[in-house]
Design a protein around this ligand. Structure first.
Ligand code: NAD
Ligand code: UGA
Length: 458
């Protein structure tokens, strides 16, 4: 078949895989290839056992696979053939040298730019899909346009806003698609090519066009604002615990104000995920590097409150279980950073599990989708942790349960049966305010939640 254009995506991860599958599904006239250096990942994308768990993803991939969606490890050949190249490689926090622990590590990004340059013999549009520091497009342009072969590269910024667990819904009906370019004639022409792709299924009024720097900065800003809301509500959950106010009632009351809105006001043990912390620290680093110390400090506090919230959760367990949990069995229900994903990157459960092990508790971890990743996260303390997929077996003989992910299945468990199988007094620490606390108390549990007074028999 003759395709209108050949699209390539470099990086077949949580973003590259689902976004390209959606583009291929909605745009059969384009050939879409996704490449990665990780051979196993590529094999899994070609199977029924996808490398990531994401509700609704498998049917989307299956419909387009081998029709106009292809996964491959042949990066150089595919670069050569592509007209439009999305770059969706990982951009983790730098762990070494200047900016360690804050700045974005752009080594995978730059390697990709050089690989594109080395393998191109025609003009191409290169699209930043990864989340990047503002002004990265300029570095990309400089590398790419350093060639003396007369090949022109137009660099666009098209940040991704999908959330894990709802990626397919978010991609199918996005609040907006943002496309930034240089405001030059070739820049605007390239932007138009990308608009045409999304316009196959996204209404025009939801496709926002901007200059390239605004697009880059909007992505960091969106994540910073979202995380800030969680830290704001979590900071006040601590005040509620001291004052008999109920954080759920407060969140509801303020969320009905249409200027505030009711989303992202769920108190929790803390926000996790691969991006919030990384992107905010990146923003903080950029602000500091421009001498904007007050701005940097302001955003850094969002991360600090989050770390404090995780710490507070472990301290609450320790203090309320008579200041010792050594030798006590604690069942952790949920290890993923949120429900409906197997992703455990920066999950608050990592900090909590480590804190409990430090206090010498016997930690049992249960999760419907994240046990394999949990074992990787806790590789160095696996001798002190056991894993049990069945929540009833995980809770059997335990002194306490800690709910760390809001999996729907945890709402429907038989807590009377669980209570009967536990050591007494039995404790439950609900890090997601997921359960019916009054009912648990009536069963006999001592119940501790986020931002509400405890319900105790002792
Ligand atoms: P990921 O780690 O799941 O995937 C990145 C992939 O890139 C990996 O499979 C890796 O092997 C591959 N890769 C790295 N270097 C490569 C190279 N030189 N050539 C080919 N492949 C290479 O990461 P992700 O979660 O998909 O995130 C990718 C980017 O998207 C990040 O910048 C992230 O901030 C951003 N983002 C992520 C999400 C999310 O929900 N995970 C949402 C929006 C934006
Ligand atoms: C987030 C953003 O929502 C996406 O728009 C963005 O594209 C993505 O980061 C990214 O750049 O990677 P994600 O991390 O997948 O998506 O998940 P969220 O739904 O944002 O949740 C993040 C964390 O905040 C989770 O741990 C979640 O449990 C927590 N959270 C969220 C709360 O504690 N309370 C809330 O009210 C909302």
């Amino acid at each position: 078949m003759n395709f209108k254009r050949k699209i390539l995506c470099i990086g077949a991860g949580y973003v590259g895989g689902p976004t390209m599958a959606m583009i291929a599904l909605k745009c059969p006239q384009y050939r879409v290839t996704v490449v990665d250096i990780n051979e196993q990942r590529i094999r899994e994308w070609q199977s029924d056992n996808l490398p990531i768990y994401e509700p609704g993803l498998l049917p989307v991939v299956k419909e387009a696979l081998n029709r106009n969606l292809f996964f491959s490890t042949e990066i150089d050949r595919n670069i050569k053939e592509a007209d439009i190249i999305f770059v969706s490689v990982n951009t983790p926090t730098k762990s070494f040298g200047q900016g360690a622990g804050m700045a974005a590590d752009l080594q995978y990004w730059e390697k990709t730019a050089r690989q594109i340059l080395a393998n191109s013999d025609t003009d191409k549009i290169v699209v930043e899909k990864s989340t990047l520091p503002i002004r990265t497009a300029r570095a990309m342009e400089r590398i790419l346009n350093s060639n003396d072969r007369g090949i022109r590269f137009e660099v666009l910024s098209n940040p991704e806003f999908l959330a894990e667990g709802t990626a397919i819904k978010d991609l199918e009906a996005p609040d907006r698609v943002l496309i930034g370019s240089r405001e030059t004639e070739p820049g605007i022409r390239a932007r138009k090519e990308l608009v045409d792709i999304y316009a196959n299924w996204v209404p025009h009024e939801r496709i926002i066009e901007s200059n390239v720097w605004s697009a880059e900065l909007s992505k960091l800003t969106a994540n910073a604002f979202l995380a800030q809301r969680v830290s704001s509500i979590n900071s006040l959950s601590a005040l509620c615990e001291k004052t008999e106010a109920d954080i759920n009632e407060v969140a509801y009351a303020i969320g009905t104000d249409s200027r505030i809105g009711n989303k992202f006001l769920k108190p929790s043990v803390g926000f996790g995920g691969s991006c919030f912390k990384k992107d905010i620290l990146n923003l903080v680093y950029i602000c500091r590097s421009y001498g904007l110390i007050e701005v940097a400090d302001y955003w850094e506090s969002v991360v600090k409150i989050n770390e404090w919230q995780e710490k507070r959760f472990v301290q609450n367990i320790l203090v309320n279980m008579f200041n010792t949990i050594a030798g006590k069995k604690i069942a952790v229900l949920g290890f993923a950073f949120k429900a409906d994903t197997g992703d455990t990157r920066e999950s608050p459960a990592i900090y909590v599990a480590r804190g409990l092990v430090e206090e010498r508790a016997n930690v049992v971890i249960s999760d419907p989708k994240a046990i394999i990743n949990a074992k990787k996260e806790l590789f160095d303390i696996n001798a002190c942790v056991t894993y049990e997929e069945d929540p009833y077996r995980a809770a059997e003989g335990s002194h306490a349960i800690a709910i760390l992910t809001e999996w729907a299945v945890y709402k429907t468990l038989d807590y009377k049966r669980i209570y009967d199988s536990m050591e007494k007094p039995a404790f439950i620490f609900d890090g997601r305010n997921l359960l019916d606390h009054k009912k648990l108390y009536e069963i006999g549990f001592n119940v501790f939640s986020i931002g509400k007074g405890p319900l105790k028999h002792i």
